[in-house]
Ligand binder design. Structure first.
Ligand SMILES: Nc1ncnc2c1ncn2[C@@H]1O[C@H](COP(=O)(O)OP(=O)(O)OP(=O)(O)O)[C@@H](O)[C@H]1O
Ligand SMILES: [Mg+2]
Length: 287
């Protein structure tokens, strides 16, 4: 599989209903990303063994290396995942982020959510970015039910408010009775849908979605789009990372194209998607 295989040009009619034409007046700026750099530091330790049984051994090995200190470990690899990205987002905007695998989309989103500190540069936010806040607290060994409570509290809801929204969240996610099972038993689609249902339950100021929509079926996509519209109507900002350009074009008015950690284009969805499609097609022809 190459890094462009996942990218989906197909247009589903139901994706386009309502269309991106839901133009609304934009509010004041609520997010400023200023020359943001994120560099991951990875220990250059070689993997020992392959089977899961080696896990404990691997962890012991890693602990020993860490205890010895970085200097003696030798190779610490630096991965510049985001390199000097700047943009401003306004209230009511829905912004898509596109780019091939490994281009830095998820890293950018996580940094905007405050989950990764900038290596250089800064992110200024007015209001609470939410989705990733939820992602950070959910726990695989706990049931969906417990995670709804934890995620809801992380969003700033009270226990009573979470209880009141519980049925809605379960219904929205469509996971049914699986809500009583540990989250680690969920398929990736199920957990993505539950995460989205939890994180959009509180109508956040900034809603961030990384691929979750792509894992749902048409009904789920329709429901998600309605939630996104609600957030925007209440002057929130939506960020959506997806490999489905149809989803991006149907939901976003503006698109950021990230390549090798740099922002190569920022503009109206139609223009950026067209340019990006051209790039992907050319890349496919070459590979
Ligand atoms: N936790 C991490 N530790 C080290 N390197 C990481 C980590 N997460 C991502 N990277 C690296 O940073 C770069 C950007 O990754 P990122 O996940 O942001 O890309 P992406 O655009 O979201 O890709 P995809 O389309 O596959 O989701 C890649 O080179 C990746 O290998
Ligand atoms: Mg990603």
């Amino acid at each position: 599989m190459t890094e462009t295989d996942e990218i989906d040009f197909e247009i589903d009619p139901e994706d386009l209903e309502g269309g991106p034409g839901t133009e609304r007046e934009l509010g004041e700026p609520c997010l400023l990303v200023d020359d943001l750099h994120i560099t991951y530091r990875v220990l250059g330790a070689k993997r020992i063994g392959t089977a899961a049984a080696d896990d404990a051994k691997g962890r012991r090995f890693l602990r020993r290396l860490l205890a010895q200190g970085r200097d003696q470990v030798g190779s610490v690899r630096e991965i510049p995942a985001v390199r000097g990205v700047s943009f401003t987002a306004r209230r009511g905007e829905s912004i898509g982020i596109v780019g091939i695998n490994g281009s830095g989309k998820s890293t950018l989103l996580r940094a905007v959510a405050g989950l990764i500190p900038p290596t250089k540069g800064a992110v200024y936010v007015a209001g609470e970015p939410s989705l990733l806040g939820v992602n950070a607290v959910l726990m695989g060994k706990l049931s969906g039910e417990r995670n709804i409570m934890i995620g809801g509290l992380a969003l700033g809801l009270t226990q009573a408010e979470v209880r009141a929204k519980f049925d809605d969240i379960v219904e929205f996610s469509g996971i049914g009775d699986a809500v009583y099972l540990p989250m680690r038993t969920y398929s990736s689609g199920m957990s993505a849908r539950l995460r989205f249902a939890i994180s959009s339950a509180a109508t956040p100021d900034i809603l961030m979605i990384d691929e979750a929509l792509a894992t749902g079926d048409a009904t789920f996509r329709q429901k998600s789009k309605a939630r996104i519209d609600t957030v925007r109507e209440q002057a929130g900002t939506v960020f959506l990372v997806s490999h489905s350009l149809a989803t991006i074009e149907s939901i976003c008015s503006r698109v950021l194209w990230v390549h090798e950690g740099r922002l190569v284009m920022d503009g109206p969805a139609e223009d950026v998607c067209a340019a990006y499609k051209g790039f992907v097609r050319a890349k496919r022809r070459k590979s």
